[in-house]
Design a protein around this ligand. Structure first.
Ligand SMILES: Cc1cc2nc3c(=O)[nH]c(=O)nc-3n(C[C@H](O)[C@H](O)[C@H](O)COP(=O)(O)O)c2cc1C
Length: 193
């Protein structure tokens, strides 16, 4: 008789450990993450499901000049909306972020298509962050106001009529790994007859 395949494997437990263990990281060591590892993370990201295989994503790797411009724009925006001190604080905090990546999604005239493309981009980001996490690299997905400002699109060389920002990601080796919790499964599962 053929035995049922067991799902209780060490490999599967390890996979679940990575899924549960990934945390949004805010504080990083200044150790450089290898460019090749980031390229691999982007490559595996593109294996996310995407309806009609639309591949709606773009992964932008800003160099130090571009990062400086993003930091300056954000500091200016925060200073204008809060106080100059807040702006300077943000400048210092953002200057500590070792790795930067911007993920954009293609716009569509069809609202459903755009929604599905956005979902695909989110799935791609999750692939990317999980791969980095397994390699010991933490990340943070941010959707701050700067990522919607027209000046941001100029800085990253993007046409705001053609694409929108799904997230800006910081990445690096964690200095501090926060803890998190989730609601019990019974609160989020609905079983129907
Ligand atoms: C679409 C999206 C946007 C996010 N934007 C921000 C953000 O602007 N600032 C922030 O601190 N965290 C942001 N996060 C990260 C969440 O705060 C984080 O996932 C949440 O606190 C749960 O922590 P965990 O990722 O460690 O499980 C974002 C996450 C997602 C999915």
């Amino acid at each position: 008789m053929k035995k049922e395949p067991s799902y209780e494997t060490a490999e599967l437990r390890e996979f679940a450990r990575v899924l549960r263990g990934r945390r949004t990281v805010d504080q990083y060591l200044q150790t450089k993450v290898p460019d090749e590892l980031v390229r691999e993370a982007i490559e595996v990201a593109t294996w996310a499901p995407n309806h009609y295989v639309s591949e709606p994503w773009r992964f932008i790797l800003p160099g130090s000049e571009t990062v400086e411009r993003i930091i300056a724009l954000n500091a200016e925006m925060v200073a204008a909306s809060k106080t100059p001190d807040h702006g300077e604080h943000k400048r210092r905090v953002w200057q500590e972020k070792p790795g930067w990546l911007v993920v954009t999604c293609r716009r569509s005239d069809d609202a459903l298509r755009e929604r599905e493309d956005y979902a695909a981009c989110c799935a791609a980001i999750q692939n990317l962050t999980l791969y980095l996490w397994k390699a010991g690299v933490g990340s943070k997905w941010t959707t701050g106001a700067v990522t919607r400002d027209p000046r941001f699109f100029d800085i990253i060389g993007s046409d705001a009529d053609a694409e929108f920002v799904v997230g800006m990601l910081w990445y690096g080796y964690p200095k501090v790994t926060p803890t998190q919790s989730r609601r019990p499964l019974d609160e989020v599962v609905t079983k129907l007859p």
